[in-house]
Design a protein around this ligand. Structure first.
Ligand code: GLY
Length: 351
């Protein structure tokens, strides 16, 4: 897989100009959704280097990350003369970068694209690492491809248009990167004041966070091994997310944060993760993310969600990424139904 260039922008206009100049393209297409069209495009529209580009705007949210929207993008590219040498610029959150990336991966067997992520979640996760795709058959990211962006331009100015819940949602993935990297980075993350955000400091933390992801993806671009470290918190997190969908949907990062509490507890039980660090992380999550309510009668439903994820379940056991300590990654760990019920007990008793 080709290596993508990730730029933490100091001077967005200049960085964008340089990124575009590095590509030789005949036509430029810009993909937004209705939200980023209204909120983020005005911050870019005066850039000389974007003049003359063709705009494609799609519906917002995961509900539009589907075959119909993808077909709309293919149609527009095809009808408006895109060639193999055309360039797509995705301006948006994870939905736009995932779907736009997949449109680029498949149109005429692959055209180059640039990601300009506008949410914290897409800056530190979705827009980086080459995973692209759409939801299909009621399954998330069921159809997709590894097709990295030529360049990812990260500019934290966009975070100022983001609501607090979406900031927290992205921050959960940063916390995950802290846990799988080193104590110093984890410590600055759990001590960051999310109630009074210092955006310069956040930009610095975002830079470090992206580096953690880049380092892992570089070692294992196709997720055969160490890239599974990025799944920390996601086995239980996805179950929480699906469970919440039945009543009141929660943002992905909230579910991951709660999932990390459970999986760090399992790490403490199984792989010796230090209890003091478990409690410090738990405290940060409790303060900022609150909790998801469920009772022991919901355990079976939650366990079934974990089993349903085929990637996670084999021979009666659910697969996890655990930690032996901060940065001490243990992939391919398994837990039985009994152990999973125990970590759900821990969650209900502590959070
Ligand atoms: N979001 C996890 C990964 O990129 O592998």
């Amino acid at each position: 897989m080709s290596k993508q260039e990730v730029i933490i922008c100091q001077h967005f206009e200049e960085d964008l100009r340089t990124a575009l100049a590095r590509q030789t393209y005949d036509k430029l297409f810009i993909l937004t959704d209705e939200h980023t069209q209204a909120l983020c495009w005005p911050l870019l529209q005066d850039q000389e280097c974007l003049k003359g580009a063709t705009h494609l705007c799609i519906g917002p949210g995961d509900i539009h990350k589907n075959l119909e929207t993808l077909a709309y993008v293919w149609h527009r590219l095809s009808n408006e003369g895109a060639t193999r040498r055309s360039l797509l610029l995705n301006l948006g959150g994870g939905m736009v970068t995932d779907l736009g990336g997949f449109a680029a991966a498949t149109f005429k067997r692959g055209i180059p694209y640039i990601n300009v992520p506008t949410t914290l979640l897409s800056m530190v996760d979705a827009a980086v690492g080459g995973k692209t795709g759409i939801n299909f058959n009621e399954l998330k990211n069921e159809i997709g491809a590894f097709h990295p962006a030529a360049t990812v331009l990260i500019d934290c100015q966009f975070l100022r248009t983001l609501d607090h819940e979406n900031l927290l949602s992205g921050y959960a993935e940063m916390l995950k990167h802290g846990l799988i990297s080193d104590t110093e980075h984890w410590s600055e993350l759990v001590n960051f004041d999310m109630q009074h955000i210092d955006y310069d400091q956040l930009q610095r933390l975002v830079g470090k966070s992206v580096q953690v992801k880049e380092r892992i993806v570089e070692q294992d671009p196709f997720e055969h091994g160490i890239r599974k470290a990025l799944n920390l918190g996601h086995t239980v997190g996805h179950a929480f997310e699906s469970f919440a969908l039945q009543q009141h949907p929660v943002l992905h990062g909230y579910a991951v944060a709660w999932g990390m509490v459970c999986e760090l507890y399992l790490s403490a039980l199984r792989t010796g993760f230090p209890k003091d660090k478990l409690h410090q992380t738990l405290h940060f999550i409790q303060e900022n993310y609150g909790r998801l309510s469920f009772t022991c009668e919901d355990y079976e439903t939650l366990f079934n969600f974990m089993k349903h994820d085929k990637k996670n379940f084999s021979a009666g056991c659910v697969n996890f990424t655990l930690l032996g300590g901060i940065g001490d990654i243990r992939i391919n760990q398994t837990a039985t139904q009994e152990e999973i019920y125990e970590l759900l007990d821990f969650y209900r008793e502590t959070l």
